[in-house]
Design a protein around this ligand. Sequence first.
Ligand code: URA
Length: 264
Amino acid sequence: MRAKDGLPGFSRRNARFLLKKQNTKTEPQKEIMPTLKRLDQLLSNCGYCSRNEAKKLIERGRITVNGAVIKDPSAKAEPAAVLFDDEPLDHPDGILVMLNKPAGYVCTHDSSEGARIYDLFPDLWLLRNPAVSGIGRLDKDTTGLILVTDYTHLIHDFTSPKHHVEKTYRVTVNKALQQDIVTLFNSGTLVLEDETDACLPAKLEILGEHTADLTLTEGRYHQVKRMFAAAGYEVMTLGRWRFGPYVLYDLKEGAWKDVPIIEP
Ligand code: URA
């Protein structure tokens, strides 16, 4: 892996290896079986309108299923087969995307804290029911990979402490990294300020004088910054490039793409 400051310059070859390694421990990707949904519910869950408005526009004949106009709001259909004004619905079965979060965006839904990652997506997504949410959070100044979804079970699957999902961060620090920090982070004895339980062993790979990759299997508040602070370093830049089976590759900052569901 090539050492580089800022966001990762990792190679696809290494990333594929990581993926393969992790996938040997996980279940194969699950097929999402299409479930039939009531048309009025489907339209409102996808954020187009309220349930009442959905009923009216269905009765007016604006919905077709497999080419046939359906005017009964309670009729059920496979979401992907539904057209609204002759257009397919936006993400009819649900959303799972990988975003390369730029610095300066918060992962909360509260807009009083500044620009939100949700402002980078179509407005419709926040009107969905359930609304889209980040799987875990990155700090405002942290860049990199965050998964965003409306499959609520995935939030639990990826963040539950029981699942120990691996996350890898590219870190740059304020002074030359010493080898002893690798042992310290891997020891399982590092206790963060104001905490009593030691951090789980974490893997640190030093890539350059000030640059390293840190892999965690837990997600405590500001964990990376606090681990380095406990060892006497200040984190200057922080970017996540891997989350479980997902790798950022060369997705541009601020860009997002649909990804398949791979259970951790
Ligand atoms: N650890 C941190 O300190 N910040 C993040 O954004 C993620 C992990």
